[in-house]
Design a binder for this molecule. Structure first.
Ligand code: GLN
Ligand code: ZN
Length: 756
């Protein structure tokens, strides 16, 4: 029974790769130094795998920027604007990712997008008609040779040909991507032959698109692809992850591959289906240790669940991670400050390797003393968790009724009451929440964290920033103000730090893209709000003006998606607990005199499941969680929400069902095109389509914004429209924000005059 690690995080336990990359990009180190750091990391990660008992170490999971980009380079599929005439080298890859031409001038970076339903971003390959593939970059082969030279048996991991095509975009003339498949398969076969020549036995070819619902053409492409590459002298482990592939069972079981990997963490139910159809010589790799979380696996339960099939298959069974460990932090041993109660619940990538070994031990030597110890540990951990449950929270969730999710009156009634109270003009202006997070503000925070500023000093300084922010908005003539969020480091972390049941790590970094990492909070227990979180700041800001200042909160669905959430209760229930905590805050804000409250849900769409057939179930509970957070208030309290996109074509009914009085969304970059969803669907409540692209340093003109508002007014009745930027302003400078908002206010006034 082999242990199968699908991939290991490359960033390093102290983010060594991040720092080495950024140093190199700044011109402060040589490429030789960068390569040396990378080699050290690979060697360390292989050593950890070998120490845990993994027979074949994974290669190809290392990337200087992104493994899909490395593959594009290997396949000679690099955009001409980044490539130039020379051979592809490491700097070519960085030019694709960071937007440079070989001359050093700007050349738009390749698009970056989320890898399936993860928070990892890959660089989208750009393929043009007649693209000819060939092996053009050696990194993969070099790393295979490097592992060999260190005495390891390497198992290359590679995105498979069909998923690679699927994730690509076509550029230039319109053509069918699949027309490139035959040529692509030739190059894949060449790659496999090179591996074989280097002494590789197994290759992990990943086809994550199998977890999606595929058209006939793409299903046929899978069949064609694996027929074509079967001539290569390596064994292919066809690898799926992130979801069930049961809907493609017939197709998959007929493929001429030497082995199959299934993600049993997201889809345990698919096991019998594939086990029954397994060929005589095929191996089955079971992904039982979750590659996407931080929690210790219930290894005893896993061993029990796969015990029968393990006895049947013997050495034809492999025990694996569900997917690459890329999505979990590197090493729990780096956490020196964690509370022991939380620590014992955790396993990061390095510890997950040991969990694979524990599962094997339980299967092969279940009566041994070591096995008994493992089982005792699991039991103790579960008992500790049960003891830590917060029964008040559990009871409160249980006692919820239909009424708790509904505002007291329908929107039309609320709208009239709110209109009477706030007397806002037609096309009211507002912003999304944050104002520039200047170096001065970040400096304050870091001095406060280091203890150089005490709490009072820190608060007083931030109050001054808030005062300036309010005064600026008053001067600009904005109708509904914000306090500017100067006191917040991050919109999820800020709340996470104040909630019971949520914890933080020191080094729990996970790569998001390139050298960028995020450190998500850990939702480990029942969530509650011990005391008000934002009321002081909101009241302070409101005391400075008679105009309404919005209370500003992060919504339950977004907090959930941007955290590592416990897995012993459903995501639906966690969202409900978070919603109750936010609801308490909303009510407290209202009672403290804050009449307009925004509950941000920028991650709402991200949570959509991979298969469209699963969407409705998600939308049902996500909408309910939002409504629960918002519905505790009286009619005249105006609830806003915000989402940083407006791809609403397929979810608009759910967005409407959230029943926020006002929603602000991103629309300026698409020049309001994204509002098409609103043509067929009469969105009932008020809406602020963004007119100012805050992702760009450019200052939009009055005329440009007037035009955008007019365009929006063709799809949405003007009395429902608000005027605002696409998103928060925290990444911009004051020099950009002030003139842009001045123009925005002017654009709104001009149209008011015209429409009046
Ligand atoms: N209120 C937040 C801000 O303005 C919203 C951020 C977001 O949508 N991602 O920064
Ligand atoms: Zn946003």
């Amino acid at each position: 029974m082999q242990l199968n690690c699908l991939g290991f995080p490359r960033i390093g336990r102290r983010r060594e790769l991040k720092f080495a990359l950024e140093k190199y990009w700044r011109g402060e180190s040589t490429q030789t130094q960068l390569l040396a750091q990378a080699a050290t990391l690979r060697q360390r990660h292989w050593q950890w795998q070998a120490e845990a008992g993994v027979e074949q170490v994974v290669v190809g999971d290392f990337a200087f920027y992104d493994q899909v980009l490395t593959l594009s380079a290997t396949l000679n599929a690099i955009p001409a604007r980044h490539r130039g005439d020379g051979p592809i080298d490491l700097d070519t890859l960085f030019r694709v990712a960071r937007g440079r031409a070989p001359t050093g001038q700007d050349a738009p970076a390749s698009e970056m997008t989320k890898y399936f339903n993860t928070n990892y971003h890959y660089l989208v390959p750009e393929l043009s008609a007649g693209q000819v593939f060939s092996i053009a970059y050696e990194q993969l082969f070099d790393e295979v040779a490097e592992a060999k030279a260190l005495g390891y048996q390497p198992k290359p991991a590679l995105l498979g040909p069909v998923s690679y095509l699927y994730l690509s975009k076509t550029v230039g003339q319109d053509f069918d991507k699949l027309s490139l498949l035959p040529n692509l398969l030739k190059t894949y076969t060449d790659i496999l032959e090179r591996f074989s020549a280097l002494g590789v036995t197994w290759v992990q070819l990943e086809e994550p698109i199998l977890a999606l619902e595929l058209t006939k053409e793409w299903q046929d492409a899978i069949t064609d692809a694996y027929e074509a590459v079967k001539t290569a002298k390596v064994k292919i482990l066809l690898t799926s992850y992130y979801g069930s592939i049961a809907h493609h069972q017939g197709l998959v079981s007929r493929l001429p591959v030497a082995g199959l990997h299934l993600d049993l963490v997201t889809a345990p139910e698919q096991l019998p289906l594939f086990a029954n159809a397994l060929g005589q010589d095929q191996i089955l790799s079971l992904g039982v240790v979750n590659g996407r979380n931080v929690w210790a696996a219930e290894v005893d339960e896993i061993a029990q669940r796969i015990g029968a099939i393990a006895r049947d298959l013997g050495s034809r069974l492999w025990i694996g991670t569900s997917c690459s460990l890329l999505h979990s932090p590197v090493d729990l041993d780096a956490e020196t400050k964690l509370a022991p109660a939380l620590r014992q619940q955790l396993a990061f990538a390095k510890q997950k390797l040991d969990e694979l070994a524990k599962v094997r031990l339980l299967l092969q030597d279940g009566d041994s003393k070591a096995a008994m110890e493992i089982i005792a540990q699991c039991t103790a951990r579960r008992e500790a968790k049960a003891l830590a449950a917060d029964n008040r929270v559990i009871a409160r969730v249980k006692a919820l009724t239909q009424n708790d999710y509904q505002r007291r009156s329908d929107f039309s009634v609320r709208q009239a009451v709110q209109q009477r109270k706030y007397r806002l003009p037609l096309l009211p202006t507002t912003t999304i929440g944050s104002f520039p997070q200047t170096p001065a503000i970040r400096g304050l925070r870091s001095r406060w964290r280091k203890g150089e500023l005490n709490d009072t000093q820190y608060t007083e300084q931030l109050q001054q920033v808030t005062r300036d922010t309010i005064n600026c908005q008053l001067k600009l003539g904005i109708d509904v103000l914000v306090h500017g969020e100067a006191e917040r480091n991050d919109m999820v972390e800020y709340f996470g730090e104040k909630l019971e049941g949520v914890g933080f790590t020191l080094q729990g970094w996970v790569q998001s893209y390139g050298s960028r990492c995020v450190k998500p909070p850990l939702i480990y227990g029942d969530v509650s709000r011990p005391k008000a979180m934002t009321v002081d700041w909101a009241v302070f800001a409101q005391s400075l003006t008679d105009k309404p200042v919005k209370g500003m909160l992060t919504g339950p669905v977004t907090i959930l998606h941007w955290s590592f959430a416990r897995e012993d209760i459903s995501r639906d229930t966690i969202a409900t607990q978070l919603a109750l905590a936010i609801r308490d805050e909303v009510v407290d804000l209202q009672n403290a005199g804050i009449g307009i409250i925004q509950i941000d849900e920028p991650a709402f769409r991200e949570g959509l499941p991979l298969k469209q057939s699963d969407w409705q179930a998600y939308l049902d509970w996500a909408v309910k969680a939002f409504k629960l957070s918002a519905a505790g208030v009286v009619d005249e309290t105006q609830i806003h929400t915000h989402m940083c996109y407006s791809e609403f074509n397929d979810t608009i009914a759910a967005i409407a069902a959230m029943d926020a009085d006002v929603i602000t969304i991103e629309t300026s970059r698409s020049r309001m095109e994204l509002l098409n969803a609103f043509e067929d669907f009469a969105y009932p409540n008020e809406i602020g389509p963004g007119v100012y692209d805050i992702h760009s340093p450019n200052i939009p003109t009055v005329a440009a914004m007037v035009q955008l508002i007019e365009k929006a007014a063709q799809k949405i009745p003007p009395r429902q429209l608000w005027v605002n930027p696409d998103c928060g302003l925290k990444t911009r400078t004051w020099a950009e924000v002030e003139p842009a908002l001045k123009n925005m206010v002017e654009a709104s006034r001009e149209l008011r005059r015209r429409l009046a």
